[in-house]
Design a binder for this molecule. Structure first.
Ligand SMILES: Nc1ncnc2c1ncn2[C@@H]1O[C@H](COP(=O)(O)OP(=O)(O)OP(=O)(O)O)[C@@H](O)[C@H]1O
Ligand SMILES: [Mg+2]
Length: 377
C-alpha cells in the first residue's frame, strides 16, 4: 500500500521561469524505510511541501492514503495529524513561546483532551532529550536544539508517516546517532519514515528504497545498489557512492568474490571478513519502570564483557543513574563488533526494541555470521 503518491506533479515558485518539480510521479510505500536523495536545489524540500499540502501542485495530483489531498483548512488539519513533516529549517516550524508550549501546539490543534496532550508532550520531551529545557524560551535555543524541538513537535502528533527533511544536518554526531536510532525504533513499531538527504552514507545505511531527484525530476526509484552501481547516474546527481559500498566492492574485487550480499553496516561488513568463534550477546531489556539499582547490580557482574546501550529509555536510565557503559552511542554495532571478535557483550536496550535487535542479528546470517543471543529475564 502507498501512504503517499504523486501523479505527474509540476510546480513553479512564484515568478520562477523553470519548474522546481517537473512531472514527478512517486510512491511512498507503507512501512518501507525511504530516502529522497538529491543535491542542493534538486527539489527535496519542495517535494515534501507537497506531501503535507503546504504547496499545491500547478499540475498533477497528490494522494495520501489513496485519497487526493483536500486543500481546505479542515482537510489540511486532518492530513497533518497523519503525515508529519519536520522541515529542514526549524525556524520555519518553531513558533511556541516555550519548548513545552511549542510541542503541545500540534496535539492541542487536534483537539485532544488535555491529559493526552500532556502525556504526548512528556514523551516527546523524553525522546528528544529536551526535558531540561522544557520552560526555555524558544528564541534562546541553539540551532540543534530548535531542530530537536521541531522533531519533538512532530513526534507528539504520533503520525502514521514521519517525514524528515535533512534530519541530521546541524545536529552533533551523538544527537544524529540518537535520532537515527529513534527513527529505527519508530519504523519497527510501524511508523513509515521518509528522510531526505544528500549524505549518501546515511542514506545507504538507512534506506530500503531510494528515490533520486535531479533538478526537479525523479530520475530513479528502487534499490540503493542498483543506483550506486551506475557511476554516471551517481555523478550527474551531484552525490558520491557511499563509502561502505565502495569498500565492499573493492574488497570483493580483491578477493575475486561476488560483492553481494551488500553490507550496509559495520557489523555486516566485518561479518563478511572474519571467521572463527564468536562471542555471545546478552540483552537486558529496560523500561521506564525498571529499577536502576537492580540494573546496576546486574551490570556489576559483567566481568570482562563490554556494555553497550540501545534506545532512548535505556540511554536515559544509564545516564541518570551513572551506570557503567562502554558504548553509550552506537551500542548495537559496537557490542556486535565485540562478539565478532570472539568476546561476549551486554546490550542494555529498550524493552520494545528486543525484536528489532533480534532481527538485526538474524540479518547477519546473510553475511555468514551466527552470534549467540539471549535476553536476560
Ligand atoms: N521560495 C522559493 N522561491 C523560489 N524558488 C525556490 C524557493 N524555494 C526553492 N526554490 C528553488 O526550487 C528548487 C528546489 O529547491 P528545494 O529547496 O526543494 O531543493 P532541495 O533539494 O531541498 O535543496 P537543499 O539540499 O539545498 O535543501 C531550487 O532551484 C530552488 O532555488
Ligand atoms: Mg531542502
Amino acid at each position: 500500500m502507498n501512504v503517499i503518491e504523486t501523479e505527474n506533479i509540476t510546480y513553479y515558485y512564484e515568478g520562477a521561469k523553470t519548474p522546481s518539480m517537473k512531472g514527478v510521479s512517486i510512491s511512498i510505500r507503507k512501512g518501507v524505510k525511504t530516502v529522497i536523495l538529491g543535491a542542493n536545489g534538486a527539489g527535496k524540500s519542495t517535494l515534501f511541501y507537497h506531501f503535507n499540502g503546504v504547496v499545491k501542485p500547478k499540475e498533477g495530483v497528490v494522494k495520501v492514503m489513496g485519497e487526493p489531498v483536500s486543500y481546505r483548512k479542515k482537510g489540511l488539519t486532518a492530513l497533518r495529524s497523519r503525515i508529519a513533516v519536520v522541515l529542514q529549517n526549524p525556524d520555519d516550524q518553531v513558533f511556541g513561546q516555550t519548548v513545552e508550549t511549542d510541542i503541545a501546539y500540534g496535539p492541542r490543534n487536534m483537539k485532544l483532551p488535555e491529559s493526552e496532550v500532556k502525556e504526548r508532550v512528556e514523551e516527546a520531551l523524553f525522546q528528544t532529550g529536551l526535558g531540561d529545557l522544557r520552560d526555555k524560551n524558544t528564541l534562546q535555543l541553539s540551532y540543534g536544539q530548535r531542530k530537536r524541538l521541531a522533531l519533538a513537535g512532530a513526534l507528539a502528533m504520533k503520525p502514521e508517516v514521519l517525514i524528515m527533511d535533512e534530519p541530521t544536518a546541524g545536529l552533533d554526531p551523538q544527537m544524529a546517532l540518537e535520532l537515527m536510532e529513534l527513527a529505527e525504533q519508530l519504523h519497527h513499531m510501524g511508523t513509515t519514515i521518509v528522510i531526505s538527504t544528500h549524505d549518501v552514507d546515511l542514506a545507504y545505511a538507512w534506506a530500503d528504497e531510494i528515490h533520486v531527484l535531479r533538478r526537479g525530476e525523479l530520475i530513479f526509484s528502487g534499490n540503493s545498489e542498483d543506483f550506486y552501481s551506475d557511476p554516471m547516474a551517481v555523478h550527474s546527481t551531484g552525490v558520491m557512492q557511499p563509502s561502505m559500498f565502495v569498500i565492499n566492492n573493492n574488497l570483493a574485487a580483491f578477493r575475486g568474490e561476488d560483492p553481494a550480499p551488500y553490507p550496509r553496516t559495520e557489523s555486516q561488513l566485518v561479518s563478511k571478513m572474519v571467521s572463527g568463534p564468536k562471542g555471545r550477546m546478552t540483552a537486558i531489556p529496560v523500561g521506564t519502570d525498571t529499577d536502576a539499582a537492580a540494573l546496576g547490580r546486574i551490570l556489576d557482574g559483567r566481568g570482562d564483557s563490554k556494555v553497550g546501550v540501545f534506545g532512548t529509555v535505556s540511554r536515559r536510565m544509564m545516564y541518570d543513574s551513572s551506570l557503567p557503559a562502554d558504548y553509550v552511542f552506537n551500542g548495537f554495532e559496537s557490542c556486535m563488533g565485540e562478539c565478532l571478535m570472539g568476546r561476549d557483550s551486554i546490550l542494555v536496550c529498550d524493552r520494545d526494541s528486543i525484536s528489532l535487535i533480534e532481527s538485526k542479528i538474524q540479518r547477519l546470517k546473510d553475511f555468514g555470521t551466527e552470534v549467540g543471543f539471549e535476553v536476560r529475564a
